[in-house]
Design a protein around this ligand. Sequence first.
Ligand SMILES: [Zn+2]
Length: 353
Amino acid sequence: MTKKRSLLERLDQDNAVICAEGFLFEMERRGYLAAGEFVPEVALENPQALKNLHIDFQHAGSDIVEAFTYNGHREKMRVIGKEELLEPLNRAALKIAREVADAAEGEPNLMAGNISNSNIWNPDDPESQKQVRAMFEEMCQWAVEEGADMLVGETFYYAEEAYCALEVMKEHNVPAVVTIAPMGENIMRDGPTPVETCQQLEKLGADVVGMNCFRGPETMMPYLKEIRLAVDCHVGALPLPYRTTKEHPTFFNLPDEHGCTCPAPHGRTFPTALDPMYMNRYEIRKFADEALELGIKYLGVCCGASPMLIREVAMAAGKTPKAARFAENMSNHFMYGSNDRLPEHIKSYGEKA
Ligand SMILES: [Zn+2]
């Protein structure tokens, strides 16, 4: 087996390290979990489907197999009345991620344990904070027991919750990535700006700080630029592939202004009717190019990501994942190609097609 370098070695030596995430949306599209509820029960109910998901993102160029435990925390399991499945679910997801990471061709992938926004953190209620810390502690413990090479804390919209997550992550001797997700007011819900939060996370010992989810490149990039200048550690950027705007910086309140004839019954495009605002691969490629230009090296795409978009990011960083074999090739298209064999009368019909 090729030697497995650590996250920090890769960040120092390679153009970029790619981390696929946003598995809730992709598993929902594939028919293995419910939109809205968003619980990653797939690790127990359809382990093969989860394994396939990881393999597809690995094939597309992800260097990290992030265990699918997003929302797989005690509070969410209580919401759906299945708290007894908490530990089995976490361990199953971690084992699947470990197995796929180790099976990578050449250098094994890194396997990441994952904790995230608890949605019960309350700045005015120390009891809620104690509960959140306990949730982070048990999940990080299971992650390292199952062989995690690193820990990812993500999608935090309370700064203090992100700090709490990092404190718990730092109790384990593995690299810690923390990415935040400020909502539409463009500050953390407890006040600090995204930049201040990332600076504090660096001070508290995070190896990578940055942003993930909630925002597309358009409304994440301005903050990424500031963050890159304000910290010395590595920076992570994992936006959504949706066209968020200054008026609507996150996908939660993104309107469909594309002539929708049948709006979602629940009254908003999030999370089930965002399709018309989806970015094409060239827009994601442009985002990756810009991020790399800034010196941002921990890259991925969050909710809405498909393997095709991860391939774009990986190839922007000069990587040749296995899926690069099937990167677009228009030259052999029957009507828009350049191949000598294509008949002229078909090619000339292209603009009327
Ligand atoms: Zn996301």
